[in-house]
Design a protein around this ligand. Structure first.
Ligand SMILES: C/C=C/C(=O)SCCNC(=O)CCNC(=O)[C@H](O)C(C)(C)COP(=O)(O)OP(=O)(O)OC[C@H]1O[C@@H](n2cnc3c(N)ncnc32)[C@H](O)[C@@H]1OP(=O)(O)O
Length: 267
């Protein structure tokens, strides 16, 4: 049976529950599902529903349309931040993504297109990633005069190792779904959007055949490998804040919004 939660508090997301699987869809298609502050708060509320609703056994997070999962944090919002605001913005995103990572019900990111910046960081916070062939992954924040701020420096390193992470973040290059799969960032690659949802549901249905308590313990035990040291996240947020105090940050953001090349001065 399909239940639709019509939660008027959710501005840019919806949640649909079918056969114990909650599908959370980001709905800001005209901005390539960019994660503005309201959408991040929607994700926080959606995760509260996931954690408290016993009808929900597992979760798929995806984006509306066929072009983007999420093209990052909302650059128009970032452009207005000062150092203090940017640090807070980063910590708020980190906080919500930690709720996703630590959820004891399995969560798959069904990556239906661009997963860039905060969108890639959202996919990384999920327990698994299934992607369509046309999906693209990347942390291009340096091109905006900043660095990833929602845990990407930490989780990408955990996922694909230091050397490849440094290359990807410093070049700002995008990975194809095939490259991401070869690096272990993506669990499975499929061709169509229908296959994307089917494959995600197939895996979650298989998992739900086992005991939920054991599954929760698996998630907690595996997460424990990386949980002993939070300093990396704190540093990332501090640097993200510091970057907002530079001229390069504002030049990078304004250049994107004005659809021109940035002129970075190292100031
Ligand atoms: C802590 C986290 C920090 C971050 O995440 S910083 C952000 C990191 N992400 C990025 O740098 C990616 C930004 N987006 C792009 O580079 C491009 O988009 C794409 C390559 C993904 C696609 O390019 P194309 O096909 O030419 O589409 P389009 O015209 O650029 O985008 C369609 C509309 O979507 C808006 N948009 C796209 N990404 C964002 C974003 N991240 N924040 C705010 N708006 C965004 C655009 O501006 C535009 O809008 P309009 O039609 O009104 O001109």
């Amino acid at each position: 049976m399909m239940i639709t939660i019509s939660n008027t508090e959710l501005k840019n997301l919806d949640i649909e529950i079918s056969d114990g699987i909650a599908t959370i869809t980001i709905r800001r298609g005209s901005k390539l599902n960019a994660l503005n502050y309201d959408t991040i708060e929607d994700l926080r509320k959606a995760m509260k529903e996931v954690n408290t609703n016993s009808d929900i056994l597992s979760v798929i997070i995806t984006g509306e349309g066929t072009k983007a999962f999420a093209a990052g944090a909302d650059i128009a919002e970032l452009a207005k931040l000062d150092e203090v605001g940017a640090k807070r913005y980063s910590q708020n995103g980190q906080d919500v993504f930690a709720i996703i990572e630590n959820c004891t019900k399995p969560i798959i990111a069904a990556v239906n297109g661009y997963a860039l910046g905060g969108g890639c960081e959202l996919a990384l916070a999920c327990h698994m990633r299934i992607a369509v062939e046309a999906a693209k992954f990347g942390l291009p924040e340096v091109k905006l005069g900043t660095l990833p701020g929602f845990g990407g420096t930490q989780r990408l390193t955990q996922s694909i190792g230091k050397s490849k992470t440094l290359e990807l973040i410093m070049t700002g290059d995008m990975l194809s779904a095939k490259e991401a799969k070869d690096l272990g960032l993506v669990n499975h690659m499929v061709t169509t959007h229908e296959e994307l949802m089917n494959k995600s549901r197939e895996i979650l249905t298989k998992i739900s055949g086992s005991g939920p308590l054991a599954i929760a313990m698996v998630i907690k035990s595996v997460n424990e490998v990386y949980s002993s040291d939070e300093r990396g996240y704190l540093k990332e947020a501090r640097y993200f804040g510091q970057s907002a105090g530079t001229e390069d940050f504002h030049e990078g953001m304004e250049a994107f919004l004005q659809k021109r090349k940035p002129d970075f001065k190292g100031e």
